[in-house]
Design a protein around this ligand. Structure first.
Ligand code: HEM
Length: 465
C-alpha cells in the first residue's frame, strides 16, 4: 500500500513538473506564426548546452522566415527579423512595448540593472544617467585616454619583441586597456594593475559574464523552472561586495572634495544616491541597490562589447588583406594631418567607421537576428564594410540592423562606444596590422543566451614600423 502511494505521489509530481514546464505551450501557435517545435517540457532548444545560440538564430531564420516563435524554456518569445516590424515595435508603438523581458537573474543587484527595470523606474534612472555618458563629458578625459592608449600600444609592441611579430590573444590585451580606461572614465580612478587577471574589477566582470564558466545544466532547466534560478544564477560574482566598497569609497572621497561637481558618472551616482529617501524614489522602489547596480552595469556595458568588437575587427581585416590595406591607407592619411586621434575629427575615418559597423553587424555583442536577413543586406553573411559608407547608407533599410537596439530603450552607451572604438582602432592600426596564422580558429561558446562569447582566438600581430 505504502509503495503504491509513493508511486502515485512520484507520478503526480512528475506530471505536475511536466505540466508546469509546458504551461505556455500553444500561445505562439495560436498567433499563427511558425514555431520552433518545443520538446516535452524544456522548450524549443532542449540541447541548449550544445548550441551556439547566435548561429542557431540564423538557422531558425533560414528555416522559419523573418517572424517566428521560440519557447525559451517555458517562456514564449517572438523573433522579428523584419525591419519594418522592428521599427513598429521598438519605435512607433514603443508605448505598448516599454519593458524588456522580465527576468529573475537570481541576484538582488543584477535584477536592478537598467536593462531589466520596469518602464517607470527605468525612465528615471536612464534620464539621470544619460548626461554623464554624453561625449561632452569624456572629452575632458582626452589626456587619460591618450595615456591608456600609449600603455596599450606599448604592451603590444613589447609582445612583438625584436621580430616585430607575435601570435596573440588580442582580447586579453584589449580587456587590460579597457579596464584601465573605463575605471578612469566612469569612476575617476586609476587601476594600478589592469593587466592582472585577479584585479577585482576585471575578475568581477569576467565572472559576471560567465567567461570561465562551463555549461551548467541547471541554467537551461531554470528557464523552464525559474525557481531553480537561485541555484544557478545567470549572472553572479563573488567580487560584488568589493566592487560596492570601491564605489562607496570613491563617492565618499568625491563628496569630501572642495571642487565643484563635474557632472561625470560618479557625480550622477552620488546624485541618485542622495535621492533614495525622497518620496518619488521610495514609491518607485529605487534603493541604494538600484544605484550600485547601475555603477556596475555601465562598466559591464562596455566590457565585453568593446573587446569583442576589437577582436573581430582585427580578425575580419586579417582575413581580408585588401580591405585591411585600404583601412591602413585611411589611417595613415589621418595621422599625416593629426598627431593623436581627436573626437572632433573621427569623421575623417569613414572607412574605419564602416569596418567597425560591419564587424558589429556580423558579430553582434548581443544576439540580434535581422542583420542576416537577405531582404536587408546583399550577401548578408559576408564582411562588406562598403555597405556602411556614407554614400551607400542611403540604400540601407532603416532599422535593418539593430546593432545598438532602437528607440528609447536603445544602448545607453552607443555614442560613446562608436567614437571610442574609432579612436582605439585608429591608434591600433597606426602601429600594427594583423594576419591570420595557422592556429587561428573561431570557436564560439555554446549555451550563451545573451552575449556572443568565444574561446581565445590567436592571430598574428605585426608591428608596422
Ligand atoms: C560595441 C559596443 C556596444 C554594443 C554593440 C552595445 C549594444 C547594446 C544593445 C544591443 C543593447 C540593447 C538595446 C535594446 O534592448 O534594445 C544595449 C543596451 C545597453 N547598453 Fe550597450 N552596447 C555597446 C556598448 C555600451 C557601452 C560602452 C555602454 C556604457 C557606457 C553601454 C551601456 C548599455 C546600457 C546601460 C544598456 C541598457 C539600456 C537601457 O535599458 O536603457 N553599452 N547595448
Amino acid at each position: 500500500m505504502i509503495l503504491e502511494i509513493l508511486i502515485a505521489l512520484i507520478l503526480t509530481i512528475v506530471l505536475g513538473v511536466i505540466l508546469y514546464g509546458r504551461w505556455n505551450y500553444g500561445i505562439l501557435e495560436s498567433m499563427g506564426v511558425p514555431v520552433v517545435k518545443p520538446s516535452l517540457f524544456l522548450g524549443s532548444i532542449p540541447d541548449l548546452h550544445k548550441k551556439v545560440i547566435h548561429e542557431q538564430d540564423i538557422e531558425f531564420f533560414k528555416k522559419y522566415g523573418p517572424i517566428y516563435g521560440v519557447y525559451e524554456g517555458r517562456e514564449p518569445f517572438l523573433y522579428i527579423c523584419d525591419a519594418d516590424l522592428v521599427k513598429q515595435v521598438q519605435v512607433a508603438e514603443f508605448d505598448h512595448f516599454r519593458d524588456r523581458r522580465r527576468i529573475d537573474l537570481g541576484d538582488a543587484y543584477f535584477n536592478e540593472m537598467m536593462d531589466f527595470l520596469e518602464y517607470e523606474k527605468w525612465k528615471v534612472i536612464r534620464h539621470q544617467l544619460m548626461p554623464a555618458l554624453s561625449p561632452a563629458k569624456y572629452k575632458r578625459q582626452k589626456q587619460s585616454l591618450d595615456e591608456c592608449l600609449d600603455r596599450f600600444v606599448a604592451n603590444l609592441s613589447k609582445l612583438c619583441g625584436s621580430t616585430k611579430r607575435a601570435n596573440i590573444d588580442l582580447r586579453k590585451e584589449a580587456i587590460t586597456f579597457n579596464v584601465d580606461f573605463t575605471a578612469i572614465h566612469l569612476y575617476g580612478t586609476n587601476v594600478s594593475n589592469p593587466e592582472d587577471e585577479n584585479n577585482f574589477l576585471r575578475k568581477g566582470a569576467s565572472e559576471i559574464m560567465g567567461e570561465a564558466e562551463e555549461f551548467n545544466f541547471l541554467y537551461p532547466l531554470s528557464m523552464s523552472f525559474p525557481i531553480l534560478t537561485k541555484l544557478a544564477p545567470s549572472l553572479k560574482s563573488d567580487s560584488i561586495d568589493k566592487w560596492k566598497e570601491l564605489i562607496t569609497f570613491l563617492m565618499t572621497e568625491r563628496k569630501k572634495s572642495k571642487d565643484p561637481p563635474v557632472g561625470d558618472f560618479l557625480d550622477s551616482l552620488i546624485m541618485l544616491l542622495n535621492k533614495v529617501d525622497t518620496p518619488e524614489f521610495k514609491s518607485l522602489k529605487i534603493t541604494d541597490v538600484t544605484v550600485y547596480a547601475q555603477a556596475i552595469v555601465i562598466f559591464l556595458g562596455g566590457y565585453d562589447t568593446f573587446a569583442t568588437a576589437i577582436v573581430f575587427l582585427a580578425y575580419f581585416l586579417a582575413k581580408a588583406p585588401k580591405i585591411q590595406l585600404k583601412l591602413l591607407q585611411e589611417v595613415d592619411a589621418y595621422f599625416t594631418k593629426h598627431e593623436t586621434v581627436e573626437y572632433e575629427t573621427t569623421s575623417e575615418l569613414p572607412f574605419m567607421s564602416a569596418c567597425i559597423m560591419e564587424t558589429l553587424r556580423l558579430i553582434p555583442a548581443f544576439r540580434i537576428s535581422e542583420r542576416i536577413n537577405p531582404d536587408n543586406f546583399d550577401d548578408p553573411e559576408e564582411f562588406k564594410p562598403e555597405r556602411f559608407l556614407p554614400e551607400n547608407m542611403g540604400n540601407m533599410k532603416p532599422y535593418a540592423s539593430a546593432i545598438f537596439g532602437n528607440g528609447p530603450r536603445n544602448c545607453a552607451g552607443q555614442r560613446f562606444a562608436v567614437d571610442f572604438l574609432k579612436i582605439v582602432a585608429a591608434r591600433l592600426f597606426k602601429d600594427f596590422r594583423f594576419e591570420i596564422s595557422p592556429d587561428t580558429e573561431i570557436k564560439f561558446k555554446t549555451g550563451r543566451m545573451f552575449m556572443v562569447q568565444y574561446h581565445p582566438i590567436y592571430f598574428d600581430l605585426i608591428k608596422r614600423h
